[in-house]
Design a protein around this ligand. Sequence first.
Ligand code: GRG
Length: 290
Amino acid sequence: MEKMLAYFNETKNLVDTKLKEYMANKVPLLDVLHESINYTLHSGGKRVRPLFCFIVGELFGVPREKLVSLACALEMIHTASLIMDDLPHMDDAKIRRGKPANHLMYGQDVAALASIGLLTRAYEVVLEDTEVPEDKKPRVVSKLANVVGINGMVGGQFVDLKFSNKSMEYETLEYIHIHKTASLFMAAGSTSAIIGNAADEEILALEEYAMNLGFAFQILDDLLDATGSVEEVGKSLRYDKGNFIALHGVEKSKELVTEYTTNALNAVNIFDDKNGRLTALAHMLLKRKS
Ligand code: GRG
């Protein structure tokens, strides 16, 4: 586990440095917009999606410099979604990563623009990166667009806003979490695998792993909402909407975390002794407290 933590910190530092480069401001008139973007981009995110992207790259022998723009793009999409999710007409959250939400610092107008600015920059950095093979870019960018769009996070957020309540069907909850949370994990795995020339069955195995891990991650998020404190978890907690805890209770939800994690690990058995870091990542996420 210590080795994994060292690897985690290495990739996190690489991503942090590159994100600063990508989001450096060259136009003084845009200072406040960049401040708003960088406020949330560098407010202590765990960088889990980039980490998964690098782990998958390693499976296929892809050097980190070929993946760093993609890893940053995943984090930019994730951060854009957090800023938007916290807005008053969405989740109306006041605290994110232990700090005031972006719109409370910069206003709703600036926060909305920061989110869109980050989102669009994500596509730009991958497309402009000469390290990413040209023939892979259309498939990678298409996956990244798909995961955000109507059949991805936007759709998941819509269903969450309009249909989430304590008595909703399990299928509705499943739809929300596959699209809001698991799908970006899946895209992190599949886009990195595409750059690594993975076979279709390997991409499918990684998507299966990511979907199950994303689910376990989300149930854990709900458990933290239900049993943690704002100070510990570092964000506004949601008790009001339907979630795994409302549907199954705390104990059953904990069992589900283990069940989905086991499914995730089974999915990547095809990589035999090369799946050590995927196993370590799953165990690390199981232990998270925020
Ligand atoms: C992509 C701009 C854009 C919009 C899409 C707003 C929206 C539509 C979707 C919301 C998606 C969302 C916020 C899902 C929650 C996912 C989740 C479990 C977040 C917590 O992830 P961590 O723990 O967070 O990795 P840190 O703080 O570590 O980065």
